[in-house]
Design a protein around this ligand. Structure first.
Ligand code: PNW
Length: 532
């Protein structure tokens, strides 16, 4: 590890992009407006028991109607980029390659893209963030039918490149193939909800379907990338890649079995998709674990899959301590825990059981991915849901100290990974711009840096939104007072600006001196002092 010898080495590249991320079904609502066809989440979220609070996506954050307000919010935070997704069934309501295009759907996104660009915000567009057109599921079971879905997806992608590619230069084909496959076709907790568990689903086979779905997702991604590169890239000059989820896997202790288990966890969570796409082969462990249940690619398919991503799109949230054992193939037959051998917890617990705050793992993951796949990394999602935030009155929820702490930790880790470890990281998108429809959790789990009051649809900046804006996004803006963002509703008076400045720890002097994260700053100064 290289120790920097000047504080200035802690800077990020001048074209580094800070931004926020969302996804269509989680924010848009208006599920039957503008000729939109149904997605698999429309009806699924209405089935009793599928979401924690029994609520669906019909309204969400009403962003289909309030997109201008959301845009103003982005402007207020000062971000230069925004990651959002397109709803396939707004663009092609029935989804298929011979089905009509909805000009109303195209116009909705086209206007939004124009408005972003007019404000100097670079769009990062996800083509697929889990809202498969319902018709494609009804016609041929969606991702389970490779021949059909690849053709339909590629046609959809082509329509998007044709209509938006003159203005969109950063494309993400798929959001989190592991979640699409495992949560939708294995555990059955996400739409379409298929599983071997007959209490959960009347249909499905968790031992085969997730691996088949994953195979179709990889191929659909790869053929869409080929179409982009062959037909659009030269003229439009953009880039395209995939976004994978994956949390850092840390051995529970230093026993060889647990060290191996941590690698197995990474092989299944990440390597299943990343190895074929970046390296052109499956991890040996995937083949060993699944045998002939792992669908194979033909020579011609491998040639399309290998090298089919211009960058590594990284979504990550936590770190798991890994112990050998267990029978959960979806975790690589590895047990996950947050409890260390000495009984202590790895980090602060989030509202969802699967998330604890451990920023060191974020840095380790960046290093692992860069070393293994050698691609520039865009952090396309990262965030935290404060425990019981939903139960708090709004004025209390805005002081989301655990989320501020989380973002402080990961952004310090990011800066160190770039400066001390030489990892090529080019963007960071916090999840999420807004509290929104958190899939099977409904609306009780809040990931936003902006609070949404679902009764009024009013938005309020949380301390975390201000933290990212002031400490990172607007790093060059000197002497900016730590007030809430302009567009968000006034913070209810209670402990408003007093707490905000306490969280930021800003004084006129240090906001001028440097935008750098405090820990990085201290380390850099100490290094300089010691002449390292
Ligand atoms: C991601 N897990 O999903 C998605 O891309 C977002 O749409 C979502 O809102 C966000 O993370 C927060 O959950 C995940 O169970 C869903 O480990 C579940 C898991 C991970 C990511």
């Amino acid at each position: 590890m290289v120790t920097p010898n000047t504080p200035s080495s802690y800077e990020l590249p001048s074209n580094f992009l800070w931004g926020f991320a969302t996804a269509s079904f989680q924010i848009e609502g208006s599920t039957d407006a503008g000729g939109r066809g149904k997605s698999i989440w429309d009806d699924f979220s209405k089935i009793p028991g599928k979401t924690l609070d029994g609520r669906d996506g019909d309204v969400a954050t009403d962003s289909y109607n309030r997109w201008q307000e959301d845009l103003d919010l982005l402007v207020s935070y000062g971000v230069k980029s925004y990651r959002f997704s397109l709803a396939w069934s707004r663009i092609i309501p029935l989804g298929g390659r011979d089905d009509p295009i909805s000009e109303e759907g195209i116009k909705f996104y086209s206007d939004f893209i124009d408005a972003l660009l007019a404000k100097g915000i670079t769009p990062f567009v996800t083509l697929y963030h889990w809202d498969l057109p319902q018709t494609l599921h009804d016609r041929y079971l969606g991702w389970l039918n490779k021949t059909e879905i690849v053709q339909d997806y590629v046609r959809y992608a082509r329509v998007c490149f044709e209509r938006f590619g003159d203005r969109v230069k950063h494309w993400l084909t798929m959001n989190e193939p592991w979640c699409i496959s495992i949560l939708g076709y294995g555990r059955g907790v996400f739409a379409p909800g298929r599983s071997s568990d007959r209490l959960r689903s009347p249909e499905g086979d968790s031992s085969t379907e997730p691996w088949i779905a994953g195979h179709s997702v990889i191929l659909s991604h790869a053929y869409a990338v080929r179409a982009y590169r062959e037909e659009f890239k030269q003229k439009q000059g953009g880039e395209i890649g995939v976004t994978l989820n994956g949390d850092w896997a840390m051995p529970y202790d230093d026993s060889p079995a647990n060290i191996e288990a941590a690698q197995h966890a990474l092989d299944v969570a990440i390597g299943w998709f990343a190895d074929p796409i970046y390296l052109g082969s499956y991890p040996a462990y995937m083949k060993e674990m699944l045998g002939d249940r792992l669908p194979s690619f033909t020579e011609e398919e491998w040639s399309v899959v290998k090298g089919s991503s211009d960058f590594y799109g990284m979504n990550t949230y936590t770190t798991n301590l890994c112990k050998a054992g267990g029978e959960d193939e979806f975790q690589g037959n590895v047990e996950y825990t947050f409890t260390r051998p000495d009984g202590t917890q790895l980090g602060t617990q989030a509202h969802c059981a699967w998330l604890q705050d451990y920023p060191e793992g974020f840095r380790d993951l960046l290093n692992y991915l860069y070393k293994r796949y050698r691609k520039p990394i865009y952090v396309t999602e990262n965030g935290f849901a404060v425990k019981d935030e939903d139960k708090k009155p709004v004025e209390e929820a805005l002081h989301d100290d655990d989320r501020v702490q989380y973002y402080r930790g990961v952004t310090d880790s990011l800066i160190k990974a770039v400066n001390e470890d030489g990892v090529d990281v080019r963007a960071y998108f916090a999840w999420s711009l807004l509290d929104n429809f958190e899939w099977a959790d409904g609306y009780v789990t809040r990931f936003g840096v902006t609070y949404v009051d679902y009764k009024t649809q009013k938005r309020y900046a949380k301390d975390s939104g201000n933290f990212i804006a002031k400490d990172h996004v607007q790093q060059e803006e000197k002497d900016a007072p730590p007030t809430p963002v302009k567009n968000a509703k006034e913070v209810p008076p209670a402990h408003g600006s007093k707490r905000a400045s306490a969280v930021h720890g800003k004084t006129k002097e240090n906001s001028k001196r440097s935008w750098k994260a405090p820990l990085a700053r201290i380390t850099a100064y100490v290094s300089t002092f010691l002449g390292l």
